[in-house]
Unconditional design. Structure first.
Length: 270
């Protein structure tokens, strides 16, 4: 999505939303931005649980990674749930957002997927590999390619890029694409590193379909830097509704839903 399209999407989002109630925390409507797939499915469950406790949550699905933080910073959302901490840190650094994380949510392992080969060792010389085009998820994808022994990086930081590849014995061609487009790119590339939420939306599971995937499990989720977070504006971090939102998400009901519904492909990070 280009800059103009993102601006239009943000304007459309703002126009479509109803301002939250001025009443207290128990009656305030919380507009929460999520990406389609697991984040939306889980937040729908949180919203249902919240309704029983007198809190109204409106779940807003947004496909482009760039929009939820724009909307949150602009005041068009009360919270979002779609990103990991390195991504949020990069957004704050580069865009000046006054946004903070309230707590961890889930870990969605990134995987390398293909419709053309069945084993990672079958990648041809000069194969085209799709990776997310935002800095932190691109770095995550490159580190996954390194763990598969396909490349070596001189810098394995959270913002490593193509220029940091020091060894590429198969002469892989790294193609940067919008993260949401990667599942649809599988017919056009030899393989793609796909974020867990977009893989799930496309019917792909890291423990079943990936050639190589990041480690999973509840223990990994608790400590992984790539576990996702709920974010709010810094001014709202101590609000009663913010604390209630995290408590609802971290409830035994939501933890049980994650473990049951996703069949060991997504893990609670709390």
């Amino acid at each position: 999505m280009n800059r103009l399209s993102r601006t239009a999407a943000l304007a459309a989002l703002a126009a479509s939303l109803v301002l939250p109630s001025a009443a207290g925390a128990q009656t305030k409507e919380l507009r929460i931005g999520v990406t389609p797939g697991p984040h939306a499915q889980i937040m729908d469950q949180v919203a249902a649980l919240a309704a029983k406790r007198g809190l109204t949550i409106k779940v807003i699905e947004i496909s482009d990674y760039a929009v939820p933080n724009q909307a949150l910073d602009a005041g068009d959302l009360e919270a979002n749930s779609f990103q990991n901490q390195p991504y949020l840190d990069d957004q704050i650094k580069n865009r000046g957002y006054k946004i903070v994380s309230l707590g961890k949510t889930i870990l969605l392992p990134m995987g390398i997927y293909s419709r053309k080969i069945k084993h990672i060792t079958d990648l041809r010389d000069g194969a085209i590999i799709g990776v997310p085009n935002d800095p932190t998820n691109e770095a995550r994808a490159l580190k996954l390619l390194q763990s598969a022994k396909l490349i070596k990086l001189r810098n394995a930081s959270f913002t490593a890029g193509i220029a940091d590849i020091s060894d590429n014995p198969k002469h892989l061609v790294i193609r940067e694409l919008n993260a949401a487009q990667l599942p649809r790119s599988l017919d056009d590339v030899d393989a793609a590193c796909i974020n867990g939420n977009y893989a799930a939306t496309a019917g792909l599971a890291p423990n079943r379909d990936a050639l190589v995937a990041e480690g999973g499990g509840v223990g990994e989720a608790l400590h992984s830097p790539y576990s996702n977070v709920i974010a709010v504006r810094a001014a709202d971090k101590d609000a009663a509704w913010a604390k209630q939102l995290v408590a609802l998400y971290h409830s035994t009901e939501i933890r049980g839903f994650i473990l049951r519904h996703f069949g060991g492909t997504i893990f609670p990070a709390f």
